[in-house]
Design a protein around this ligand. Structure first.
Ligand SMILES: *[C@@H]1O[C@H](CO)[C@@H](O)[C@H](O)[C@H]1NC(C)=O
Ligand SMILES: *[C@@H]1O[C@H](CO)[C@@H](O)[C@H](O)[C@H]1NC(C)=O
Ligand SMILES: *[C@@H]1O[C@H](CO)[C@@H](O)[C@H](O)[C@H]1NC(C)=O
Ligand SMILES: *[C@@H]1O[C@H](CO)[C@@H](O)[C@H](O)[C@H]1NC(C)=O
Length: 381
């Protein structure tokens, strides 16, 4: 929600500033997930570092190799940066491995368990910064680190031992606080420079699809908005007086396409009784278009009696083509959804392998979906 509001401000900015400047405004976050497991078939160690929705670094111990540098960092300055984050993340793997081992020992656990760490730093549109970092054991809050006071807080009594362990070393505390207050933000700013091309805004294509329910004669009109970037978007069905409708409106989720753009569908059911009494329009508000996009829909007229067999045959062919296209698009969507969801799936799988606290992990995943994934400190664990 917060993110979206910003994008709306972004629209105002775009009207008054030149395009490039518009690119540099906005709130961004650098977030990191680390997962260490014990005894599971799941990889022993997974790490990913994301700038907003761009994967910077992804490590999976089952793959057995360090990740390759992304194409957009494959230049001399980018490679220096890559080496710096690689050293940091490699160190992190040891910290995570230690954390899962010590914690499992503390609980007298010998079977399958999962230790997760996530942290983030945010650079807001007004230049303010925010950071947070926390750990979970078997999907339950375990400890968190306060950057300001340089102290750890145990979320449960069993985590006090870990808090104490981490607070023994003042250098470790300073390093962690420094990472969140400075280094993380420096990384974020550099990554913003390196990803200007990747983050270019893309204007949504908007089309309206309609389908009549043969039993109720109600018409379902779907506003299909696709090919936009960034992700934040507002889509409304407007009725009389251009007011957004709530009744009969069903919204899908924003889902990624394969080309790093996004799509969203929003449907409105128009019952037979009110068909023809008014027109509706689909309103799309997106930061790539200073003016909103509005696409009207009016109910189709009844088929005229003079329609010829040839015209009818033509219409049937057109419909088949439209159907084939719709099917093909549907297949594409589900394919890209699957790949984009695989990260989140990792979390779910890690929890179910451990067979513990699925609900807590699910909530966490929800949080990740809502807020973007959090970023973990340079030396968590
Ligand atoms: C980790 O890498 C292995 C080997 O490439 C792969 O089979 C597995 O699906 C990956 N797992 C995750 C969670 O990425
Ligand atoms: C990076 O660029 C070099 C050429 O400049 C190329 O040989 C190498 O394969 C690239 N690496 C990756 C991971 O794309
Ligand atoms: C683990 O086992 C030890 C010794 O058997 C016991 O003292 C301790 O309370 C146990 N810890 C937990 C968390 O059950
Ligand atoms: C676009 O639509 C939103 C939401 O209805 C509205 O707040 C905003 O003023 C509109 N912007 C323009 C330029 O019409």
């Amino acid at each position: 929600m917060r993110h979206f509001q910003f994008e709306q401000h972004g629209i105002v900015f775009c009207l008054t500033l030149i395009y490039l400047q518009c690119h540099t405004t906005g709130s961004h976050s650098l977030h990191r997930h680390c997962i260490a497991t014990q005894g599971t078939l799941f990889p022993k160690n997974i790490q990913f570092l994301m700038l907003d929705d761009i994967t910077v670094y992804y490590y999976n111990s089952s793959f057995g190799k360090d990740p390759p540098v992304p194409e957009w960092l494959n230049h001399s300055k980018g490679l220096n940066f890559w080496r710096e984050i690689s050293v940091n993340l490699k160190f992190n793997r040891h910290v995570m491995a230690t954390a899962v081992r010590l914690t499992a020992e503390h609980f007298n656990h010998s079977d399958d368990h999962v230790y997760q760490a996530h942290g983030r730093c945010d650079l807001n549109a007004d230049g303010s910064i925010l950071s947070s970092m926390s750990h979970a054991y078997d999907g339950k809050d375990f400890v968190s680190f306060d950057v300001q006071t340089k102290s750890w807080t145990a979320a449960v009594s069993q985590a006090v031992f870990y808090k104490r362990k981490r607070e023994v070393d003042p250098q470790d505390l300073n390093r962690l606080a420094h990472h969140y207050q400075h280094e993380c933000i420096e990384w974020l700013k550099l990554l913003l420079q390196y990803t200007v091309k990747l983050r270019e805004k893309k204007v949504p294509e908007v089309r309206i699809l309609e389908r009549t329910d043969p039993t109720t004669s109600a018409v379902e009109i779907t506003c299909h908005v696709t090919g936009f970037y960034p992700r934040a978007v507002q889509v409304e069905w407007l009725g009389a007086g251009e007011l957004p409708l709530q009744d009969g409106v069903k919204s899908g989720n924003v889902v990624p396409n394969e080309d790093r753009t996004y799509q969203l569908r929003k449907s409105l059911t128009v019952s037979e009784g009110v068909q023809g009494t008014q027109t509706y329009s689909c309103l799309v508000v997106h930061s790539s278009v200073p003016e909103n996009i509005t696409l009207p829909w009016a109910p189709r007229r009844k088929m005229p009696v003079w329609i010829t067999p040839a015209a009818l045959a033509g219409a049937v062919v057109m419909m088949c083509v439209a159907l084939a296209v719709a099917k093909w698009r549907g297949a594409l969507v589900s394919a890209s959804q699957t790949s984009a969801l695989s990260h989140i799936m990792c979390w779910k799988r890690s929890a179910s392998v451990a067979g513990q606290n699925l609900e807590a992990v699910r909530k966490q995943n929800q949080k990740i979906n809502d807020e973007g994934s959090p970023f973990l400190g340079s030396h968590p664990g």
